[in-house]
Design a protein around this ligand. Structure first.
Ligand SMILES: [Zn+2]
Length: 141
């Protein structure tokens, strides 16, 4: 990730992105067929969502004949990494560890996933203390 930018992807936009990442690229017709059926979305809704994703620079669109082809400008792993980081940045710094632990607790993980997490933890250097970054008068950390 060279250009770190703030991205804000809504739940509905994630649905569209999941399909585009899976297919590699998709026409609006394909997206309307897939998401119209699975999500019960109207074509106009899907077109609006696609336009927003293009405006946000997450999706690129190219015209081929009379069709528009949509391709991801942001890779799936980068997007997951960035949005996860953005989410954790919103928490009080002192609550991040607990949030990560409960995330691990509640997630389905393969042996390979668990190895990855253990490996990351083994390499992690602990800090002495984490400063709370809540609002001064509202903190109960
Ligand atoms: Zn705090």
């Amino acid at each position: 990730m060279d250009n770190v930018k703030d991205i804000n992807i809504t739940t509905a936009e994630w649905r569209i992105m999941r399909v585009i990442w899976t297919l590699g690229s998709a026409t609006s017709r394909e997206l309307i067929d897939i998401l119209g059926e699975s999500m019960d979305w109207k074509p106009a809704t899907i077109k609006t969502l696609l336009r927003r994703l293009v405006d946000k620079d997450i999706v690129a669109t190219t015209k081929q004949g009379n069709k528009f082809i949509y391709t991801a400008k942001m890779q799936e792993t980068d997007t997951i990494e960035l949005t996860t980081k953005q989410f954790f940045d919103q928490l009080c710094a002192r609550k991040v560890g607990t949030a990560i632990a409960s995330l691990v607790d509640e997630s389905e993980l393969t042996a390979e996933d668990i190895d990855k997490i253990k490996n990351a933890l083994d390499k992690k250097q602990p800090v002495e203390e984490i400063k709370c970054n809540c609002l001064p008068d509202n903190c109960n950390c």
